[in-house]
Design a protein around this ligand. Structure first.
Ligand code: HEM
Length: 218
């Protein structure tokens, strides 16, 4: 019999291609290359607010769910940090000017739908965002500090700072153990993997839309 891959390894391997695509999208490459203005970064941060609003509005209700519940951890919650960043980037009136791109609206709607109807799908979205934020997010933070002069781990980049996670590598190991223990059969795991790929695609669509809004003139 073929040795079965742990679910954490399966979801990581299966989404590798989509990860490369998201990571190398023009908008991300331009952002990380320091070629965009702070307004592009603010617009991106604003899009993240809609996604985390959808993810985190459901957190309390899902905390007791057998599939999604173990993933709901207060130290991951990002909304407050995003709101501080937006207040810094946009000023006290940030909330009035908040507007989702159509791609963001679609992404947040899908997260909300999974949160309502399908805890396994919610886990796919949870993994795609939070494990990514704990990983590549740290690279984005460094670049943002360097490019736009935010204080290290301060206002503007608080989204990337997990104050209550002292050891991200250990936290990620624990998270992968939760994935490996997810109470789902093989078919449901395949569905979760497919939703994870979809989650990456939704992120890439937001990057494309942002790329169109902030084209490089050079
Ligand atoms: C330029 C942007 C990005 C960079 C530089 C980057 C970089 C990385 C790196 C270095 C890791 C490996 C960390 C480790 O092995 O512990 C990682 C993992 C991950 N990234 Fe990204 N990433 C980027 C964008 C994204 C995006 C847009 C998403 C999805 C929204 C994402 C989701 C993930 C996930 C889910 C993991 C965890 C994989 C696993 O170990 O299961 N990343 N990223």
């Amino acid at each position: 019999m073929i040795r079965r891959m742990d679910f954490s390894a399966l979801i990581r391997t299966a989404s590798h291609e989509q990860h490369v695509e998201a990571e190398t999208s023009t908008f991300m490459a331009d952002l990380l290359g320091g070629r965009l203005g702070v307004e592009a970064y603010a617009r991106y941060t604003e899009q993240l607010w809609f996604v985390y609003e959808a993810l985190e509005a459901a957190a309390d209700r899902l905390a007791s769910d057998p599939v999604a519940g173990p993933f709901i951890r207060p130290e991951l919650l990002r909304r407050t940090a995003l709101e501080r960043d937006l207040a810094h980037l946009r000023g006290p009136g940030w909330r009035e000017s908040l507007s989702p791109l159509p791609a963001t609206r679609a992404y947040a709607a899908r997260v909300a739908e999974c949160a309502r109807e399908w805890p396994g799908g919610y886990v796919a979205h949870h993994y795609t965002r939070y494990l990514g934020d704990l990983s590549g997010g740290q690279i984005i933070r460094g670049k943002a500090e360097q490019t736009w002069g935010f204080a290290r781990k301060g206002d503007g980049v608080r989204f990337y700072v997990f104050e209550d996670i002292g050891n991200p590598a250990a936290f990620k190991r624990g998270y992968r153990e939760l994935l490996d223990a997810v109470p789902a059969d093989d078919l449901e795991k395949q569905r979760i993997v497919a939703e994870c790929k979809q989650a990456f695609a939704l992120n890439t669509a937001v990057f494309h839309a942002l790329g169109e809004e902030f084209p490089l003139t050079a």
